[in-house]
Design a protein around this ligand. Structure first.
Ligand code: B12
Length: 230
């Protein structure tokens, strides 16, 4: 099978919420067919580039978002697709991480309070681990106080905040405010997630916005170069 059709099958399987051969998928017809986890394993076995597989995860979830927005998919359908990506990430992660030879710095990451979306945050964690950062992940729905307490304890160089909802992105500003109140000025705050933007980052006083995980790697390099005066 060529790389393109292998990626197309993964995309279809995620959009249909078909995790493995035991479930029936969105239209109830897919039981017995290889699911997302099987297809990802197969693709890795024939040396499909793990980064290409990751791109397909992003594209598929974008498609799922559109289906939800149009009313064709309901919440459980969106959740089934999320489960596909979550399970497939466990298989893909070792192929993305590689050897951590350089410790480039400490990165603390969390999805903010009220927000349960974690696929993007998990991808950022994986990619940054692969790029040589020591990553601590606080999970989802994390309160301002818990984030600030973790910053005090873990003393990261960078704090990453993720929000996927317009109603929760405001929590990011609250975190930055609380850090300032606590006198913590030496952690650089990076934000990400679909409703956020460069403009929003500027508005709330974050040090940077990243549209995706690879952009985060580039942004961190830039920040470190600036810090060391290179
Ligand atoms: C999957 C999903 C869910 C799943 C989440 C499961 C999970 N484990 O994450 C479930 C079913 C739980 C869910 C629930 C809801 N969802 Co939802 N969901 C999605 C969906 C389809 C995909 C999100 C995703 O995983 N994308 C793929 C990843 C890879 O992309 P990403 O998250 O953007 O992350 C990348 C970048 O943004 C960036 N990034 C992200 N975070 C960070 C952080 C840092 C530090 C950096 C550097 C970079 C970075 O890098 C990532 C990797 O490249 C989106 C649609 C969309 N287009 O986003 C809707 C979407 C976000 N959901 C939406 C809604 C409305 C909801 C609900 C309110 C629905 C409801 N009626 O209950 C609930 C809210 C629950 C809650 N309190 O959080 C809306 C949000 C609308 C809005 N403007 O606020 C969207 C946009 C769908 C839509 N089009 O209407 N959802």
């Amino acid at each position: 099978m060529n790389q393109e059709s292998s990626l197309d099958r993964i995309r279809h399987s995620i959009v249909m919420g078909h995790v493995d051969e035991n479930d029936e998928g969105f239209d109830g017809t897919m039981e017995g067919e290889p699911g997302t986890v099987d297809l990802v394993r197969e693709a890795l076995d024939v040396d499909v580039n793990p980064q290409e597989i990751l791109n397909i995860f992003n594209e598929s979830m974008e498609e799922v978002g559109k289906l939800f927005e149009s009313g064709k998919y309901l919440l459980p359908d969106m959740l089934a697709s999320a489960e596909c990506v979550g399970n497939a990430m466990d298989i893909l992660e070792p192929h993305l991480v590689g050897k951590q030879e350089n410790q480039k710095g400490k990165f603390l990451i969390a999805t903010v309070k009220g927000d349960l979306h974690d696929i993007g945050k998990n991808i950022v964690s994986t990619i940054l681990k692969g790029a040589g950062y020591q990553v601590k992940d606080l999970g989802i729905d994390v309160s301002v106080n818990d984030i600030v307490a973790a910053v005090k304890e873990f003393k990261p160089d960078f704090l990453g905040l993720s929000a996927l909802l317009t109603t929760t992105m405001t929590e990011m500003e609250a975190v930055i405010k609380k850090l300032k109140e606590a006198g913590i000025n030496d952690v650089k705050v990076l934000i990400g997630g679909a409703p956020t933007s460069e403009e929003f980052a500027l508005k709330i006083g974050a040090d940077g916005y990243c549209r995706d995980a690879l952009h985060a790697v580039a942004k961190l390099e830039q920040m470190q170069d600036a810090l060391s005066g290179r």
